[in-house]
Design a protein around this ligand. Structure first.
Ligand code: IMP
Length: 437
């Protein structure tokens, strides 16, 4: 048992980066397989904070290799800046250590311009994207005009492709989307030349490397980005991202078969948050919501937007357990609930008076559901120093045990603070504890 995928079980920002960093203590390879720099992962080790958007969250562990697989969309400037920051902090960023798949698609300035212009043109119907060009880059992958890492190796051919792409994008930008400025082909070409100069040494074949690592029985963590409810097909459309965020995405995203994965870990906050637009049945518009936002530091790592906060939604979580096949859950930010007199969990949705079986497909219906809650007693204790399951207050253990029962998935890990060390194992964490040795 040597490979594990870590998946966001809610709307992203569940604390996957922290968990991946923690689990990497025992991993040889960490792989990002979808999303791009719309993600923001915060790692805190011995009081030092590292924020990452693209580099896998295993990077702080010397000796761990970090791969960006084909399913990611990569902005080379952002990636280079991230490498510079890591190098300044004394982290090894050599091409042996950090490899980008030859088939990974690139985000260029025209993707960013399209993302921004489309959001503007949507007006009140905007999705609230991160504005990083993620959607347009995935669109180009699907319409077969995208730019892949390997194309940086032949700049002459790439320049011709860019001229055509930019012409088409400018027509769309200034015509359909009403943008006032065109994108300059020269700027895009210099952007890609800069990318070639910096990133060509990092190009590799991640699919092959993963196969080789598996043959050598290396321990591999596949690091998901965003969350289940933001999945392009199974999320709360249209308020979703443009990649598949589910565990199944690991196979196509990396170019590996389904038997390459041994376990699926879902990461969920002890409550719920969402950034950007879209329905959120358990959202709190009161002081409790504000308390969660303040105490939980619920501000987006990527965009700095305040996150919307609400109660844990077990209806959505049951869906996440099914869509991903979670073997266990890691519950994060349990410490943020300390001090609340009562804690609620949504166990059913009612739509027009009737109980609904699953999260409705239409956002207009999801926006109308009425959540039914069960209420738990809160606890006062500060949990941040606790490292053992049985040291948690009885109310907190009851809360966790009940969540696990409702969503029919064991809880293997609990996080009680941003520090790597603020992590607690449960006794039911068989795979995860095996992985950790
Ligand atoms: P995009 O991925 O930038 O296209 O944004 C689409 C939606 O996904 C927006 O609601 C974003 O706020 C949300 N989103 C994208 N990435 C993340 C993330 O890493 N965490 C939380 N929300 C995200």
């Amino acid at each position: 048992m040597s490979s594990l995928v870590v998946i966001g079980a809610q709307w992203g920002d569940e604390g996957k980066g922290k968990l991946v960093d923690y689990l990497t203590t025992n991993a040889d390879v960490v792989v990002r397989f979808q999303g791009g720099n719309n993600a923001g992962h915060t790692l805190v080790v011995d009081g030092v904070t590292t924020k990452l958007h693209l580099v896998p969250s295993g990077i702080l562990h010397e000796g761990t290799r970090c791969f960006i697989a084909a399913g990611v969309v990569l902005n080379p400037d952002v990636f280079a800046q991230e490498l510079d920051g890591l190098e300044k902090a004394g982290i090894n960023i050599t091409p042996e250590r950090i490899i980008i798949d030859r088939d990974t698609h690139l985000i260029t300035p025209y993707h960013v311009a399209l993302d921004e212009a489309r959001e503007r043109s949507r007006g009140a119907d905007k999705i609230g994207t991160t504005g990083r060009g993620i959607g347009p880059a995935y669109e180009d992958r699907a319409n077969r005009t995208g730019i892949r890492m390997a194309e940086l190796l032949n700049m002459e051919e790439l320049e011709q492709k860019i001229l055509k792409n930019v012409e088409e994008k400018n027509r769309y930008l200034t015509g359909a989307l009403g943008a006032t400025e065109e994108v300059s082909a020269d700027e895009v070409i210099s952007f890609l030349k800069r990318a070639a100069d910096r990133l060509i040494p990092h190009i590799g074949n991640v699919s092959l490397l993963i196969e080789q690592a598996r043959k050598l029985e290396k321990r591999i963590i596949f690091e998901g980005a965003q969350g289940t409810l933001l999945d392009q097909m199974h999320g709360t459309l249209p308020y979703v991202t443009s990649s598949h965020t589910l565990s199944g995405a690991v196979f196509t995203g990396c170019g590996i078969g389904p038997r390459s994965l041994d376990s699926v870990l879902g990461v969920a906050k002890a409550y719920c948050t969402r950034v950007g637009e879209g329905p959120f049945p358990t959202e709190l518009h009161d002081d409790t919501g504000e308390q969660l936002r303040t105490k939980g530091g619920e501000i987006g790592t990527t965009t700095g937007r305040p996150r919307r906060c609400g109660w844990f939604d077990a209806v959505a979580m049951k869906r996440a357990v099914r869509l991903n096949g979670f073997d266990s859950l890691a519950i994060t930010k349990l410490d943020v609930l300390s001090g609340l007199e009562q804690i609620k969990v949504c166990i059913n949705y009612r739509l027009d008076g009737s109980k609904v079986e699953d999260v409705p497909s239409l956002s207009s219906e999801l926006a109308k559901v009425e959540p039914e809650y069960i209420t738990f007693d809160g606890w006062e204790d500060d949990l941040t120093g606790i490292r053992k399951w049985h040291h948690l207050p009885a109310e907190a253990r009851f809360y966790l045990a009940t969540l696990a029962e409702i969503v029919a998935c064991p809880i293997s890990l609990v996080s009680v603070g941003p520090e790597r060390s603020s992590t607690i194992f449960s006794s039911t964490a068989s795979f995860v504890s095996n992985f950790m040795g």
